[in-house]
Design a protein around this ligand. Sequence first.
Ligand SMILES: Cc1cc2nc3c(=O)[nH]c(=O)nc-3n(C[C@H](O)[C@H](O)[C@H](O)COP(=O)(O)O)c2cc1C
Length: 199
Amino acid sequence: MFFAPGGVKIGMMSDMVHLVGISGSLRKESYNTKLLHQLSTLLPNDTAFEILSIASLPLYNADLDIPASEERPASVKHFREVLAKADGVVLVSPEYNYSIPGGLKNAIDWASRGDDAPLLRKPVALMGATLGHWGTVRMQQAFLPVFQYLDMKPVHKPEVLVAQANTKFDEKGNLNDEATKEILRKKLLALREMIIKTR
Ligand SMILES: Cc1cc2nc3c(=O)[nH]c(=O)nc-3n(C[C@H](O)[C@H](O)[C@H](O)COP(=O)(O)O)c2cc1C
């Protein structure tokens, strides 16, 4: 850290935060993927954002999840490597059958085993968009035991529940709801603050 005379904090390289964002939906016109893409416009200062796809991950198979990372499937290796370098993760997901979509849970499982499991103790911000009125609240509840098992550091507040997502984007896929933008900014800032605090 660098401090100006009088202890005032000035811009510093060590405050750079690198976030990785993942969508829980593989659908081309996914509202969650649209939301994920909007986040880069709402980030706090000194925050880099990289989007990581789960589309090419195979179904989890412990026989292929070999601790010596060179032996895992290539898409899994890449997925784990990108997550390992991140200071924090942003998960943007729909709710499927009141729970976590299978594809996203599969991705989490691939990043959860071994001493070098990249999600272990990782700060995370979870949010979601759905067409219904509950805005993924049950999916977010379903994630709590996963975070607990992996000793992750979820930023619980503010909660981001984007209900009736079909009314919140324009025809170009841009978020057009100011209240949603504001709460997204607050969530990302809270994640950044947690990362800095727990470094
Ligand atoms: C398999 C499946 C299960 C769903 N289950 C729920 C649900 O439990 N609660 C809900 O509000 N919406 C549910 N939906 C509707 C989703 O909210 C809606 O399809 C949403 O647009 C999916 O997110 P996406 O646009 O990012 O793909 C479900 C959709 C699918 C395809």
